[in-house]
Each structure stands twice: as structure tokens, then as C-alpha cells.
Ligand binder design. Sequence first.
Ligand code: HEC
Ligand code: HEC
Ligand code: HEC
Ligand code: HEC
Ligand code: HEC
Length: 219
Amino acid sequence: MPQLFSPGANTLFRTVLIGTPFLLIGTVFALYRIAYSPYATQVGVPVDQPVPFSHQHHVAGLGIDCRYCHTSVETSAFAGMPATATCMTCHSQIWTQAPILASVRESLSLNQPIRWTRVHQLADYVYFDHSIHVRKGIGCVSCHGQIDQMPITWKANTLQMGWCLECHKHPDRALRPPSEVFNLNWKPAGDQTLQGRTLAKQAGIKSIQEITDCTTCHR
Ligand code: HEC
Ligand code: HEC
Ligand code: HEC
Ligand code: HEC
Ligand code: HEC
């Protein structure tokens, strides 16, 4: 009977046999790295806006409270975006001719809202609500980072499911007195673990089972 495989085929077969798992592992690893890379998650990447609005200047510099512009953050799911008139309370007096504010003036004269580009955008199969987080004592900084140091806004966290769950499994690590929710520079005075447990009781935080249940966020 003639030989079916050449002598070299054995080496080739062995190479493929050993090589394939490595190739598979490599591919999975690469995909994983891509999915969690800044390129895919957009973490730390400043987002271009029609007007280069700076939280650094307006929040850290001028000391304006978040609620002055994001008016519904305490009461609804949506934080709210400022109307052009809100900007104009100041910019009808200061920097009135600045080219940098041209689209703000245009928006006012055309009576059309400024089209801000979204920085955060969850998929529509996820339910999220600002008011509950604010009411129970989760600071803006826990999710949005030091926005008062951003000249142009970027995402400070991935907002992926694992990130949400990490906190829902240990809410006591992030809880603060409700009076400090808007204070980006608040630090726990003592031991956060101890304090967190007390705050969890005071706020009446639901059980971990309840807030990690799929139907909490996927309704
Ligand atoms: C003077 C008005 C003003 C104040 C005060 C202000 N913001 Fe904003 N905020 C804006 C505007 C305008 C945008 C849209 C442009 C941008 O993304 O930078 C925005 C965008 C954001 C976004 C991104 C929204 C998105 O597209 O996902 C977050 C998060 C945010 N602000 C948080 C805060 C927090 C936290 C505070 C208080 C520490 C605050 N802002 C104070 C005007 C304001
Ligand atoms: C409470 C007053 C006030 C409000 C409200 C306000 N601004 Fe300003 N804004 C200022 C002042 C003051 C400066 C100059 C800041 C500086 O030079 O440090 C400024 C500067 C700016 C600049 C120039 C770039 C920079 O950050 O220095 C832009 C753009 C701007 N504002 C956009 C806006 C927009 C858009 C809104 C509405 C969402 C808004 N501002 C609301 C007071 C305000
Ligand atoms: C528990 C995490 C968390 C906290 C705390 C939080 N945010 Fe957000 N924020 C988000 C997420 C997630 C989104 C995107 C929501 C979406 O796409 O539906 C968002 C979006 C926003 C937006 C864009 C408008 C909107 O509602 O979609 C603004 C403005 C904003 N947040 C401001 C604030 C301010 C101000 C605070 C503090 C009072 C705050 N956030 C606290 C997670 C948080
Ligand atoms: C830093 C901590 C933290 C992060 C991050 C966080 N949460 Fe929460 N979340 C809480 C706390 C605390 C509560 C209040 C639980 C309660 O009602 O007692 C809560 C409550 C909720 C509720 C209401 C639960 C209910 O039925 O009462 C929803 C929905 C929710 N979170 C969605 C999300 C989503 C989606 C994300 C991610 C995009 C997220 N959360 C990220 C801390 C966090
Ligand atoms: C605390 C909120 C929260 C809970 C609880 C939660 N999810 Fe999610 N889930 C999310 C967020 C946020 C995303 C990502 C959405 C996005 O990328 O915009 C997500 C995405 C998903 C996806 C899409 C694939 C992916 O990973 O991005 C699936 C499937 C999913 N969740 C299933 C589940 C199941 C099953 C459970 C219960 C074991 C669950 N989730 C519990 C918040 C939650």
C-alpha cells in the first residue's frame, strides 16, 4: 500500500495540534484586551463638543453646583442638560462676543437647543436611575470621576455590567452622607468600612441579592 502521508506530514500535524490551542487562547486574550481597552470603552477619551464647555472652569473655578445645570438629577432617572438660557444668565454679560461661544448665541437666537455629544450612553436594555443613587448616598464622583478637573468631558469609568455589579455587591464601600453627594472632594474621615455599614443602615439599602438581581437593571 502506498504511503498516505509523507514523512513531513507528521511534523505538520503535530505543529497544528500543538499550535491551535495557543492560537485560540491568543485570540481570546486579544479580544478581551480590545473589549476593555480605552479604544472600545472610551474611558479617559475627551469627547468633542459643539462648544468646548469646561467643568474645570465652571465647577472648580467658579464654584457652580451641579444642580444649577443638571437640574433633575435628584428627582428623576435623567440628570438633565442645561438649557441655553442657563448659560446666558452669565454669558449675556461676560464673553458676549467671544467666537468660542458663537454656537451658544446661535442656539439662543434660533431657539434651538445645543446638540451636545453624549459622553455616557448605556444600551437601551439597561435601566438606570440617577435619583435613587443620589438619594441613597452615592456621590457623582464615584461614577463620573473628578469632572471638576476636566477641561473637556470624558468618561471616567467603563459603565460595563461588571463595573455596576462591583458596587452593587459592596455598596457600603462607596456610600457617603447624602449631604456630600455633590462634593467631589469629600473623603471619609475615618474607616469607610465601618462608616459605610452605618450609612447603609441609615439609607435603608436593600439586600445585595435584590440589587444584584438581573431584573434590577434589565426590566
Ligand atoms: C454651568 C453648567 C454646568 C455645571 C455647573 C455642571 N455641568 Fe455637567 N455638563 C454641562 C454641559 C453643558 C455638559 C455637556 C457638555 C459636556 O459633556 O461637557 C455637561 C456634561 C456633563 C456630563 C456628561 C454627560 C454625558 O453626555 O454623558 C456629566 C457626567 C456631568 N456633566 C456631570 C456634572 C457634575 C457631576 C457636575 C457638578 C460637579 C456638573 N456636571 C456641573 C454643564 C454643567
Ligand atoms: C455662573 C456664570 C456662568 C454660567 C452659568 C456659564 N458660564 Fe461659561 N463662563 C463663565 C465665566 C466667568 C467664564 C470665564 C472663565 C475663565 O476665564 O476662567 C466662562 C467661560 C466659558 C467658556 C470659555 C472657555 C472656558 O471655559 O474658559 C465657554 C466655552 C463657556 N463658558 C461656555 C458656557 C456654556 C456652554 C454654559 C452653559 C451650559 C456656560 N458657559 C454657563 C461663567 C458662566
Ligand atoms: C451610580 C453611578 C452614577 C452616579 C452616582 C451618577 N451618575 Fe450620572 N450617569 C451615570 C450613567 C450610567 C449615565 C448614563 C445614563 C444613560 O445612558 O442612560 C449617566 C449620565 C449622566 C449625565 C448625562 C444625562 C443623563 O442623565 O443621561 C449627566 C449630566 C450626569 N450623569 C450627571 C450626574 C451628576 C450631576 C451626578 C451627581 C449628582 C451623577 N451624574 C451621579 C452614572 C452615574
Ligand atoms: C458606586 C456604587 C454604584 C454603582 C457604580 C452603581 N450603582 Fe446602582 N445602586 C447603588 C446603590 C447604593 C443603590 C441603592 C440600592 C437601594 O435601593 O437600596 C443602587 C440602586 C440601583 C438601582 C435601583 C434598584 C432598586 O430597585 O431599588 C438601579 C436600577 C441601579 N442601581 C442601576 C445601576 C446601573 C445600571 C449601574 C451601572 C451603569 C449602577 N447602578 C452602578 C450603587 C451603585
Ligand atoms: C447593576 C446593574 C445590572 C445588573 C444587576 C445586571 N446587569 Fe446585565 N448589564 C448591565 C449593564 C450596565 C450592561 C452593559 C450595557 C452597555 O454596554 O451599555 C449589561 C449588559 C448585559 C448583557 C449584554 C452583554 C454584555 O455583557 O454587555 C447581558 C446578556 C446581561 N447584561 C445579562 C445580565 C444577567 C443575566 C444578569 C443577572 C445575573 C444581569 N445582566 C444583571 C447592568 C446590569
